[in-house]
Design a protein around this ligand. Structure first.
Ligand code: PLP
Length: 418
């Protein structure tokens, strides 16, 4: 670069347009991105490369539960980065041991395996279920039942577990050994269990599937079925874990404990991490040499995880999530009451809330973004609200007023949007 080497992308690139052009030119085209580049964040606010500020109700897709650049997480990362970034799991890693102990103390679990993402955590859960059957139960069952409309990640095993044909198209042959049943349908699940079934994998609340909640009794039914038939129950809490529903883990709200739980997203406040949490019994499925991840539980990620978990526990984050969640829910119900032509239903728990529209959600997401509000749409018609769990009432009021305006304009301008 002719002697003018600049140290960060933000210094080199001027504005949204330049970043967008570069992405379009060099980055693999796997995402349909909005034409802004986000360069700075604080709490529930983000700034783009042109200096425009946004209120963030996406939170990096349920990652930034503590808001952007939470000081404790930033400080922990800085301190750890100056001491030791990475060592192999050939050796012991203090922050990994401490984070595992903390997760165990706070959950049903006895053992933790660390990896780097939600999909990778689910791969671990799938492998563990198969190997537990083979080597601990000494059986030959291999099939894992999962739910239609579920989402477990994009790696081939996790994608094969995901009950959405549109995401699987073109990647066949899928990994064998998965069968899908309708979510929240006890009879269909009971009927599907047969002599090949070794486990059930499910999200306690479906996130990508459109914020779909089970009935109060469904998870208890699934637990009982697993106990009766000797199946492992695997909960994917990648999206709804780490405080998102108002308790640290979503399973707590249903009074049902799994044998295995996967975590990722919010676990380290924005640093990539994944975890597999298991009972002592299920952990017998793995022995040294059977599963591994080079970066899994490395010093940087687990130091960030410790700081994030401490912040969640010590700063009233769960209480705020419950209160702010109830306030947001009430506001969304009122919005829905004013737009019965446009809105089908409001649903969710804590701060994972969905507004199901009768039309496509994409134009509304775009209009909100232009008005300085980031929200997301999933399952085509469900506007999803996933703010940082530190969100304040004033920020919720601001969000609701932008949303109200955008919905009113949408209803006026474009009746019958696609
Ligand atoms: N499981 C659930 C429930 C998710 O919501 C996601 C991501 O949205 C994943 C797994 C995949 O996580 P990752 O993108 O970190 O692989």
């Amino acid at each position: 670069m002719e002697g003018t080497l600049k140290s960060t992308a933000v210094e080199v690139l001027q504005g949204n347009k330049e970043v967008v052009a570069l992405t379009d030119c060099y980055v693999m085209q796997t995402y349909a991105r909005y034409p802004i580049a986000l360069v700075r964040g604080e709490g529930c606010r983000l700034w783009d490369a042109d200096g425009k500020v946004y209120l963030d109700f996406v939170a990096g897709l349920a990652v930034c539960n503590l808001g952007h650049c939470h000081p404790r997480v930033v400080e922990a990362i800085r301190a750890q980065a100056g001491r030791l970034l990475h060592v192999s799991n050939l050796y012991h890693i203090p922050s990994q041991s401490l984070l595992a102990r903390k997760i165990v103390e706070l959950s049903f679990g006895d053992r933790v395996f660390f990896c780097n993402s939600g999909a990778e955590a689910n791969e671990g859960a799938i492998k563990l279920a198969r190997r537990y059957e083979r080597f601990v139960r000494k059986g030959d069952r291999f099939e894992i039942l999962t739910m239609w409309n579920s989402f477990h990640g994009r790696t081939l095993g996790a994608l094969s577990a995901t009950g959405q044909e549109k995401l699987q198209k073109g990647f066949e042959p899928l990994v064998p050994g998965f069968r899908y049943v309708p979510f929240n349908d006890p009879e269909a699940l009971e009927k599907a269990v047969d002599g090949r079934t070794c486990a059930i994998l499910m999200e306690p609340i479906q996130g990508e599937g459109g914020v779909v909640l089970p009935s109060e009794s469904y998870l208890r039914f699934v637990r009982k079925l697993c106990d009766e038939r000797g199946l492992l129950l695997l909960f994917d809490e990648v999206q709804v874990g780490m405080g998102r529903t108002g308790t640290l883990f979503a399973y707590e709200q249903y009074g049902v404990e799994p044998d295995v739980m996967t975590l990722a997203k919010g676990l380290a406040g924005g640093v990539p991490i994944g975890a597999l949490v298991t009972t002592q019994e299920a952990a017998k499925g793995f022995v040294p040499g059977t599963h591994a991840a080079t970066f899994g539980g490395n010093p940087l990620a687990t130091a960030a995880g410790l700081a994030a978990l401490d912040a969640i526990l010590e700063e009233g984050i769960l209480e705020n999530c419950r209160q702010a969640g109830a306030y947001l829910r009430k506001g969304l119900d009122e919005v829905a009451g004013r737009h019965p032509d446009l809105i089908q239903e409001v649903r969710g728990r804590g701060l994972i809330l969905g507004l199901e529209l009768k039309v496509s959600g994409a134009p509304f997401v775009k209009a909100c973004m232009e008005s300085g509000l980031l929200i997301n749409c999933t399952a085509e018609r469900v506007l999803r609200f996933l703010p940082p769990l530190v969100v304040k009432r004033e920020e919720i009021d601001e969000m609701l007023s932008i949303l109200e305006r955008v919905l009113s304009e949408g209803a006026d301008n474009n009746r019958g949007m696609p």
